[in-house]
Design a protein around this ligand. Sequence first.
Ligand code: PMP
Length: 428
Amino acid sequence: MTTSEQLFKQAKQVIPGGVNSPVRAFRAVGGSPVFIKSAKGPYVFDEDGNQYIELINSWGPMILGHAFEPVEKAVRDAIQHSFSFGAPTRKEVEMAELIIDMVPSVEKVRMVNSGTEATMAAIRVARGFTGRDKIIKFEGCYHGHGDSFLIAAGSGAVTMGTPDSPGVTKATALDTLTAPYNNLQAVEMLIDNNANQIAAIILEPVVGNMGCVLPEPGFLEGIRNLCDQHGIILIFDEVMTGFRLAKGGAQERFGITPDLTTMGKIIGGGMPVGAYGGRADIMNVVSPAGPVYQAGTLSGNPIAMSAGLAMLRYLNEHPEVYTRLEEIGGKLAEGFRAGLVKAGLNYTINQIGSMFTLFMTDRSVSNFADAKSCDLPLFGRYFHAMLKRGVYLAPSQFESLFVSVALTDDLIEQVIQANEESLREAIQ
Ligand code: PMP
């Protein structure tokens, strides 16, 4: 038995399913999860001493590679001044100013501790601001585990086969309307059938949580127009895409301005941080400026702010990071496509910048139904074949890979080679 297997056995006695977040348990791909001991640059190391090339990067945050020196130094400096005050600090002001500088639509911003908190707060604000109750979300989009979002949710929720989780009340579910991604007509119909009742439309401007799915040309513009016509708050959930697809996220890349934006992952440099922000008139309803309550003992935590600030400052001052991420994503996609051709497969690759998914299906994938047509057992075999070859992928078909700039050209070649071999092994 490996050390990871031993630890998993122990973990299952004391933690539900042995993990603190479901996808980590490897249920979707079978087998026992590897327990990570440390990570540096482009590599993670497990408890058994195995080394893997990182293509998850903590599900996004480690965009500059693991234990990136400026972030590490910022944390080391910060811990000398105690870990938490629950009082305002200079760093929170600097963080808010920097986010507003980097993200085009954000005029005011509130820090929280996770992406889930950010999305929960954002819809409460949208409801408080509009005086309406219902929201529209898209099938296969994941916005954290808040009750309102566990309806046709992607990521771990679909992997575990519980898109509608027990514990979410019928009343809550009734206020969440869902449409297929990239389908404007469906959204129009929902709006018509619920006139003056929709507070917000929330979406991932590029989806990561059913695998990587891009908005079709005109989709984001169409949603923006519908929101304008009907007084609906448009929320871009940029927890994954923020500071990744461009310095200012997907909204900068596609030139669409949401009313509110939710952020997470990269914003904390690997520490537990989220944020929501947007139009000043909307954000001014948040307490204590306004009546919509939202709070947090550890919100704006000084250690987390230090890590996040170091990360965002680096990204803000080094535009070449984004050029390199485009290059890495492009090279991987090209190499993976060549691998598919060699293996005689016609599967789909969706890629934009450093987000990337190889879908085990011949269908082009532009919504959740397309994504669900994938050969999941084949993906499981492929995943383990890659792991065996030292490549650490997300353990589910319904996830995007997140590349870091630490990936060198040599490592890209190794990953492409591993992909070719793994495809051949998986289809046997
Ligand atoms: N929104 C999106 C788009 C996400 O991808 C995630 C997490 N993967 C969340 C929200 C929730 O963030 P967290 O896991 O930090 O609560």
